[in-house]
Design a protein. Structure first.
Lengths: 340, 327
C-alpha cells in the first residue's frame, strides 16, 4: 500500500473528528428527547470503521452492523443525511421506516444490516458471489460485532465463504461493549478469535483497532487477497477501551444512551483511556510525523463544527413522514408479468 | 403422446428462464451433482456450470442470506429447500431481511424460494408441512401455490421475473402423479401472472375456494355433487399473496354460499383469511355460513390411518357442501 498523502491524512482526521462529534450531537439530542426510542452509539470505534471503509472502491460493497457514524462517512453519506435517518424524517434513508444507523443505499454499495445479529454477513457473502460471477472484481466488506461470532449466521456465512473462496473481508470488532455475551469466557471458548477462525479454512488475523493506519493496511491486504481470488479474510480488530463513563467538562457522550446497559460510571479519563482513544492517537501520530500543524488541526476542527452546525439546522427543519407513506415500499410497484 | 409431469414443468420453467437470463442462478442442497432429492435439477449443473448451480452446505439460513446478497448484486436466485419444512431454518433471513428490505431502504430482492410441500405420502411431521401462512402473514413476501402442470410452469416463470421475494410452494404428491400432454406447456414464454385466481368449474349452488393439491379432491367432490344436481363452482386461488379478491368475490356473489378447503391446519389457515374477507366484503350476498374443511390442528402424522384422518377427504368435502347447500 502506498503511503497516504498529506491531504488524505487530513481528510481522515476530519472524518474521525466529525464522526465523534456527530455522535456527541446525537447523544445530546437523545438526552433532550429529540430522538424517539433507544439510541446506540459506539464512540471509540472510529479508527476501525473509518480505516476499514477507507479501502473499498465504488465497485465494492460495505455493510456494518455496529452503530457508528464512522462506517458511513467515507461512502459519501453526509452528516445531514445521517441525522435525517436517525431522526426518522421523511427524507431519511429509510423514510422513517427504520431506526438508528441501519443505513443502506444501493447506489452507494451500502447494505443495511438488520437487528438480528450477523444476518448481514451471509448477505454480503452473496454479493461477493454475485460480483465474482459477473467478473467485476468487487469485494464485500462486512463489519460485525464480537458477540455475533457466536451466532449460527456467522458460522454459516463464513463457512460458505470459505468453501467457495469468496471475495469477502470480515472485520470482527472487539470493543468490550457487549452486555454479557462477548468474548471469552461468556461468548466463546477461547480468548483469541482469529486463532479459532483459522479453522474454517480462511485467513484470520488480528489488528489493533485503535490504530487507524494499521487498520487501513490490514484491510488493504485482505482486499488484495480477495481480488487475487485467494478467498475470504477475517480480521479481529481489538479496540481495547471501555467508554462506560462520562468525562467531566470534556462532554464526551455517555455511550449506550437509552440502551439496556443503564447507568454508566462517572470518573475522570485515565492515561490508558487517553492512550487508546483513536482520535487522540491519530492526532498525536500526525503531529509527531509533521503531517498536521496545530493551525491545520484547528482548521479541520472548525470545518467539522461548521458542517455539523449546518447539518443540524437542516435536519431539525426537515419534514416528518406522513401516514400516506405507510404502505410504500412493501412490494415492487408495478404489476407482475402478464400473459403475452 | 408425450406427457409432461408437474415436476418436469417446474424444471422446464427454471431451465427456460436460466437459458433466457444469465442472471438466474440456483442454490440448494444436493441440487448440482446429485440433481436434487427429487431429481428436479438433474442436468442443470452440466448445462449451466458450477458458478450458476451451487451445491450448498446444510445451512438454510446461510444460503438464503447468500441468495439475498446475490439478488442485491444483480442476480436472480432460485433457492431450493429440499423439503419446504426446512424453510423454518431460514425464517429469520426471509421474514426479517428479505421481506423488509425494500420497505426499509428501497432494495428489492428478486428471489424465488421453492421446495416440495404437502402431505399424503406418509412422510411424517418434518417432510409434509404446508408453511404458507408464516409467510402470507409477512408483508413483503409473495406466495403462490400451483395446482396444475400449466400453472407450475407459468407461475415459476412469473416468479423468477418478479421483483419481490416469491415463495413457490410445490406439492410433492403432484410431482409425478400429475401429467398433461406436452404441447400444453410447449409454448415458450407463457407465464401465469401472480395475483390471478383461476375459475376451474362454473356452478350456481355454492363456490368452493381452494388451492394446491386439494384442487383434485375438490373437483372429485364437485363431480359427485353434480350427480345429485348440486352444481359447485370451484375457484383455485393459486396466488395467496397477492390475492385475487375480485375473482373470489365475484364467485361468492354468483353462488351466495362459500365452502373453503385447504390442506393446511385449521387455526390461522388461509381459510380464516378468506372467510374474513368474504364476511367483510360480501356479507349481504351470503345465504349461509362460511364453512371450512381443513386439516386439524396437529402436526402431520406418519401412519397411514392417522394421515388419512388428518387430510381432508372427498367425503368430507361432499358432506360439508351438502350441509351448506341445505341452508
Amino acid at each position: 500500500m502506498r503511503p497516504l498523502a498529506r491531504p488524505q491524512l487530513h481528510e481522515l482526521y476530519y472524518y474521525l473528528a466529525l464522526s465523534r462529534k456527530l455522535e456527541d450531537i446525537l447523544a445530546r439530542m437523545h438526552r433532550e428527547a429529540k430522538l424517539d426510542g433507544a439510541l446506540w452509539l459506539r464512540p471509540g470505534l472510529e479508527a476501525v470503521a473509518l480505516g476499514a471503509t477507507f479501502v473499498p472502491t465504488p465497485k465494492d460493497t460495505v455493510s456494518c452492523s455496529l452503530p457508528t457514524v464512522a462506517a458511513l462517512v467515507l461512502r459519501g453519506v453526509r452528516s445531514d443525511q445521517i441525522l435525517l435517518q436517525v431522526m426518522g424524517k421523511a427524507d431519511g434513508a429509510s423514510r422513517g421506516r427504520d431506526r438508528s444507523m441501519f443505513f443502506g443505499q444501493v447506489s452507494r454499495g451500502m447494505i443495511a444490516p438488520a437487528s438480528h445479529a450477523c444476518t448481514h454477513l451471509g448477505v454480503t457473502a452473496g454479493i461477493a458471489w454475485a460480483n465474482r460471477y459477473q467478473n467485476n472484481d468487487g469485494v464485500s466488506l462486512t463489519l460485525v460485532s464480537e458477540e455475533a461470532v457466536a451466532t449460527g449466521d456467522f458460522h454459516e456465512a463464513v463457512n460458505f465463504a470459505a468453501v467457495h473462496r469468496l471475495p469477502l473481508v470480515v472485520v470482527v470488532v472487539r470493543n468490550e461493549a457487549s452486555i454479557s455475551s462477548a468474548s471469552f469466557p461468556n461468548g466463546t471458548g477461547v480468548p483469541l478469535l482469529f486463532e479459532r477462525l483459522q479453522g474454517y479454512g480462511l485467513k484470520a488475523v488480528p489488528v489493533d483497532g485503535s490504530e487507524l493506519i494499521a487498520v487501513i493496511q490490514c484491510v488493504d491486504s485482505a482486499f488484495e487477497r480477495a481480488r487475487r481470488g485467494d478467498g475470504p479474510t477475517v480480521i479481529e480488530a481489538n479496540v481495547t477501551l471501555s467508554w462506560r463513563y462520562e468525562f467531566g467538562e470534556h462532554n464526551l457522550p455517555q455511550p449506550f444512551v437509552g440502551s439496556e446497559l443503564g447507568n454508566a460510571e462517572t470518573r475522570e479519563p485515565t492515561d490508558r483511556d487517553m492512550g487508546t482513544d483513536p482520535l487522540r492517537k491519530f492526532e498525536r501520530y500526525l503531529k509527531e510525523h509533521d503531517a498536521m500543524t496545530n493551525e491545520e488541526h484547528l482548521q479541520l476542527l472548525t470545518r467539522v463544527d461548521a458542517t455539523l452546525a449546518a447539518a443540524v439546522v437542516e435536519a431539525e427543519g426537515a419534514a416528518e413522514p406522513t401516514a400516506d407513506d405507510l404502505f410504500g415500499g412493501v412490494y415492487f410497484d408495478t404489476a407482475s408479468p402478464v400473459l403475452e | 403422446m408425450q406427457e409432461v409431469s408437474y415436476l418436469e414443468a417446474i424444471r422446464q420453467a427454471m431451465w427456460d428462464e436460466m437459458e433466457r437470463d444469465s442472471t438466474v442462478v440456483l442454490l440448494g442442497e444436493d441440487i448440482g451433482t446429485y440433481g436434487g432429492a427429487f431429481k428436479m435439477t438433474e442436468g442443470f449443473l452440466s448445462k449451466f456450470g458450477p458458478e450458476r448451480v451451487i451445491d450448498t452446505p446444510i445451512s438454510e439460513e446461510g444460503y438464503t442470506g447468500v441468495a439475498i446478497g446475490a439478488a442485491y448484486g444483480g442476480l436472480r436466485p432460485i433457492v431450493e429447500f429440499q423439503f419446504i419444512d426446512f424453510i423454518a431454518n431460514a425464517f429469520n433471513m426471509i421474514t426479517n431481511f428479505a421481506a423488509k428490505s425494500r420497505y426499509r431502504w428501497g432494495a428489492g430482492v428478486p428471489m424465488v424460494l421453492r421446495g416440495p410441500s404437502g402431505a399424503g405420502v406418509r412422510a411424517g411431521p418434518f417432510h409434509s408441512q404446508s408453511p404458507e401462512m408464516h409467510f402470507v402473514h409477512t408483508p413483503g413476501i409473495k406466495v403462490v401455490v400451483p395446482a396444475t402442470v400449466e400453472d407450475a410452469y407459468g407461475l415459476m416463470k412469473a416468479a423468477v421475473r418478479d421483483e419481490d421475494p416469491v415463495l413457490f410452494l410445490e406439492h410433492k404428491k403432484l410431482y409425478r402423479h400429475l401429467k398433461v400432454p406436452a404441447e400444453l406447456i410447449a409454448k415458450a414464454g407463457d407465464m401465469v401472472p401472480l395475483g390471478r385466481a383461476a375459475l376451474r368449474r362454473s356452478g350456481r349452488d355454492l363456490v368452493i375456494l381452494t388451492y394446491g393439491a386439494m384442487l383434485y379432491p375438490v373437483m372429485e367432490a364437485a363431480s359427485q355433487l353434480a350427480q345429485e344436481e348440486i352444481e359447485a363452482e370451484v375457484v383455485d386461488i393459486r396466488s395467496l399473496v397477492p390475492l385475487d379478491t375480485d375473482t373470489v368475490l365475484s364467485s361468492v356473489r354468483r353462488t351466495s354460499k362459500v365452502l373453503i378447503v385447504h390442506e393446511d391446519t385449521r387455526t390461522g389457515g388461509f381459510g380464516a383469511e378468506l372467510a374474513a374477507i368474504v364476511a367483510e366484503e360480501a356479507f349481504d350476498e351470503l345465504d349461509g355460513p362460511i364453512i371450512r374443511v381443513t386439516a386439524p390442528d396437529t402436526p402431520v402424522p406418519y401412519a397411514a390411518a392417522l394421515e388419512d384422518a388428518f387430510l381432508p377427504q372427498v367425503d368430507d368435502i361432499v358432506a360439508a357442501a351438502k350441509k351448506l347447500v341445505a341452508y
